[in-house]
Design a protein. Structure first.
Length: 137
C-alpha cells in the first residue's frame, strides 16, 4: 500500500477547492453536500449526495464518499478523477457512468399581490350600511 503524504494531499485538495471557488473550473463542479444524479449508460439511475471528497495518493484522483438516496440508504466510496467529479463520462465495470450536479430550479419571482381596498360600506343602491354596534355608542 502506498503511503499518502498528508501535506501534499492537503495542498492538492486546497488547489481543487480554490479552483472551484474562483470559478476557474467548470461552474457545475460538484463539491461536498451537493446532490448529484448518477447516469449509467446515458440513463439516469439514482440520486446521491456527496458526503466527502478526500485526495487519493495519485494526483488528480479523489475518494468520493456518496450517500445513495435510495431505500435503504447506502454509503459508497468511489475513487474518481477530478474531471469525473466535474461531470465527464467514465467507465465502471465496462458501463458508461457520469455524475451530474443537480441544481435547484430557480424560483419564479411573481409580482406582489395588488392591495385590494377594504370593502366599502356603501351599498350598490347608494345607501350606507350602519352597524347597530356603532349606533349604541
Amino acid at each position: 500500500m502506498q503511503r499518502i503524504d498528508e501535506a501534499a494531499a492537503e495542498r492538492q485538495y486546497e488547489t481543487l477547492y480554490n479552483t472551484v471557488k474562483r470559478g476557474k473550473g467548470s461552474v457545475t463542479m460538484a463539491v461536498e453536500n451537493d446532490l448529484v444524479l448518477i447516469h449509467q449508460e446515458d440513463q439516469p439511475v439514482l440520486f446521491a449526495r456527496i458526503e466527502e471528497i478526500l485526495p487519493d495518493a495519485k494526483p488528480d484522483w479523489y475518494h468520493v464518499k456518496l450517500l445513495m438516496l435510495q431505500v435503504p440508504p447506502q454509503v459508497l466510496t468511489w475513487i474518481l478523477r477530478d474531471i469525473y467529479i466535474d461531470g465527464e463520462e467514465f467507465t465502471m465495470n465496462s458501463q458508461r457512468m457520469r455524475l451530474e450536479k443537480v441544481l435547484a430550479p430557480a424560483e419564479a419571482v411573481s409580482p406582489p399581490d395588488p392591495v385590494t381596498p377594504p370593502p366599502s360600506k356603501t351599498r350598490p343602491g347608494g345607501g350606507q350600511v350602519i352597524s347597530q354596534k356603532d349606533l349604541k355608542k
